[in-house]
Design a protein around this ligand. Structure first.
Ligand SMILES: Cc1cc2nc3c(=O)[nH]c(=O)nc-3n(C[C@H](O)[C@H](O)[C@H](O)COP(=O)(O)OP(=O)(O)OC[C@H]3O[C@@H](n4cnc5c(N)ncnc54)[C@H](O)[C@@H]3O)c2cc1C
Length: 405
């Protein structure tokens, strides 16, 4: 679930008040949520936030849209954190290379980022294990190098979404939980939304932001979105002092390297349709309380409500990918309180979200944020909000127009 920020509410100045739904005077906003706020992917996410910082102003809108969204999202979380503890920290992020090919890929990726980013010092290339250890002292001998982005961070996305909803309500929006949208129809320029209990809501514009379930409610205008199961593990044991007590977000290059060379569907998955592993996608973070979260596998759910953790895949990811790079992590995850969970993500075939008006009038959609909705969507919604207010559609949104489903 994501609520939106309007341009006039968001001036990019630290400490300035930011809000997530800012209805224009006289404009009423109602949010209908099937369960409770942040009960699906948003509340089940790991909340890592990659950003190298604002992109150069000379880049094309297509090239700068995602980096801009990510930068704005991080600013939004930073502002929310100033209002209430949403467990946001700007802890930085290190992406690790563990093979010579990955190190070459890391160097290329670093050069690409430096070309794009306004401040080149916002990306650092670590060409050896020693240089990685300056940032992540726990790195093991399998690590050959990496890329560090100090502006990246992490957040508790559930807390952030609840704070957004609270601010929205303070500004006059109505947040209705336990209301399932069944059908949307239109007559004489007015949309009628019917709930499964027969309640009727009327509006001049609708934004369908139902994540992996968006196609259940938008009628014949189906968009490119399908369900992918993602899973994570938590240590249950806090890293308060000593090892991992100051940890940036950690990503590994293996999956990004594999996905850049194998352009086959399924896009950005770790497993194919037959549950064969395609690559290892691993990442992790440390929350401000010291809890460690690692995981990253992505595969097709067995059925619509498949939230069961596949322990075999999780164990294999830890043993073959995570522990060889961070050996001292194993004692944290073998702790009695360690646990795991899975959530359903809204993926698209080409990896891009769909943020568009489906009927040229008032039926909008914002879905398909895949595995990066916490870092991408708040920034993207900033531009959608502007469009909804009657301003020109921003060129950043072009890339996210509806494609064949
Ligand atoms: C394990 C895991 C780890 C992740 N880690 C990260 C990460 O580190 N960084 C990152 O950026 N992203 C991460 N993600 C991805 C991120 O969580 C998603 O991209 C994002 O939350 C999608 O937001 P959404 O609002 O589109 O969907 P959701 O959060 O799924 O929200 C959709 C909402 O629509 C509601 N709904 C559905 N149907 C109806 C209906 N008919 N009527 C009313 N309401 C309805 C649902 O109840 C739900 O609350 C992760 C996801 C998972 C599962």
């Amino acid at each position: 679930m994501f609520l939106t920020a309007g341009r006039e509410d968001f001036k990019f100045l630290p400490g300035e008040y930011t809000c997530c739904v800012a209805p224009k005077k006289g404009l009423r906003v109602t949010l209908l949520e099937k369960q409770t706020v942040a009960s699906e992917a948003t509340g089940l996410s790991c909340g890592t936030l990659y950003t190298a910082g604002p992109p150069k102003s000379t880049l094309s809108p297509a090239a700068s849209s995602l980096p801009t969204f990510r930068y704005i999202s991080s600013l939004l979380y930073q502002h929310l954190q100033a209002l209430e503890d949403i467990e946001y920290t700007k802890c930085g992020c290190i992406q690790l290379a563990t093979t010579p090919e990955e190190l070459k890929f890391a160097k290329k990726s670093y050069e690409g980022e430096v070309d794009m980013v306004r401040k080149p010092e916002a990306v650092k290339f670590c060409k050896s294990l020693e240089e990685v250890r300056d940032i992540l002292p726990e790195a093991g001998p399998s690590v050959l190098g990496g890329v560090y982005t100090p502006n990246s961070g992490q957040v508790n996305a559930g807390l952030a979404a609840h704070k957004c909803a609270e601010i929205a309500e303070e500004r006059g929006a109505i947040v209705r939980e336990n209301v399932t949208v069944k059908k949307i129809t239109k007559s004489n320029g007015v949309y009628t939304v019917e709930s499964s209990r027969g309640e009727i809501f009327r509006a001049k514009a609708i934004v369908v932001a139902a994540g992996a379930w968006a196609n259940d409610v938008i009628g014949k205008n189906k968009v490119d979105v399908y369900k992918v199961k993602g899973q994570m593990a938590t240590s249950g044991m806090e890293a308060k002092q000593g090892e991992f007590s100051k940890m940036p977000v950690v990503y590994w290059f293996e999956s990004y390297h594999a996905w850049s060379t194998k352009h086959t569907f399924p896009h950005h998955m770790t497993h194919d349709e037959n549950f064969g592993r395609v690559t290892r996608h691993a990442y992790g973070k440390r929350s401000p309380s010291g809890n460690l979260f690692f995981g990253g596998d992505r595969f097709f759910p067995d059925h619509d409500a498949d939230y069961e953790v596949n322990n075999k895949a999780l164990d294999e990811l830890f043993k073959k990918k995570i522990y060889p790079s961070l050996p001292s992590l194993s004692k944290f995850f073998s702790h009695d309180e360690a646990g795991s969970w899975a959530g359903i993500m809204p993926f698209s075939k080409d990896g891009y979200a769909t943020i568009d008006c489906l009927d040229g009038e008032g039926l909008f959609v914002a879905t398909g944020f895949g595995a990066s909705g916490i870092m991408d969507a708040p920034g993207a919604m900033f531009f959608l909000a502007d469009w909804l207010r009657g301003n020109e559609k921003h060129p950043y949104l072009k890339k996210f127009e509806k494609r064949p489903s």
